[in-house]
Design a protein around this ligand. Structure first.
Ligand code: PRP
Length: 178
């Protein structure tokens, strides 16, 4: 590892309170619907676990793995795993992400899910970079809009570390870190 944890951006209590609010909103919006939550791994795991427990109705939980980062940089290539076997035709799909940063992951996963002909497709992300406010994708649920800093914790990593922090922290890479 080269870099350091610089500061806490969103503390654990604030995160949990917002996640509970989002769960209640989703439960109300999807009342009476056949909701499939698709968790985008690995980053989405902690958010998805807490969010789904805050959705007070029956849901189905599925997982897709996407990977595009090396260090703090997007490689520009998104690898998707476990998407072939996913059958969501005719069902209401809510994709759950930890963060939308460049938006590249979202574009690729969205295309792959839309091709499976769900009844509806929507995105719920915990974090959203404000630099993307003009992004063409409609994002139905956003936990927090944040500035353009590299963040770790609550599922987000730097080279696979810090996912288990209970809060969101700013990670400051060394000048030489890619
Ligand atoms: C991270 C994060 C998002 C994506 C966002 O995943 O979890 O899925 O990058 O970045 P983007 O908007 O620039 O595409 P990563 O590829 O690091 O895999 P991980 O979830 O296993 O950490």
């Amino acid at each position: 590892m080269s870099g350091r944890l610089a500061s806490v951006l969103i503390d654990a209590a604030t995160l949990q309170a917002r996640v509970r609010e989002m769960g209640a909103e989703i439960a109300a919006d999807y009342e009476g619907r056949d909701l499939v939550i698709v968790c985008l791994l690995k980053g989405g795991i902690y958010f998805t676990v807490d969010l789904t427990r805050a959705i007070d109705r029956s849901i189905t939980l599925e997982f897709v793995r996407a990977r595009s980062y090396a260090g703090t940089q997007s490689t520009g290539r998104v690898e998707l795993v476990w998407i072939e076997g996913l059958d969501v035709a005719g069902r209401d799909v809510l994709l759950v992400e930890d963060i939308v940063d460049t938006g590249l992951t979202l574009v690729e996963v969205w295309k792959a899910l839309a091709a499976k002909r769900p009844a509806s497709l929507a995105l719920c992300t915990l974090l959203y970079k404000e630099k993307l406010l003009a992004h063409p994708f409609p994002i139905r649920y956003i936990g927090f809009a944040i500035e353009d800093v590299f963040v770790v914790g609550y599922g987000l990593d730097f080279d696979e570390r810090f996912r288990n922090l209970p809060h969101i922290a700013v990670f400051q890479p060394d000048a030489t870190t890619g």
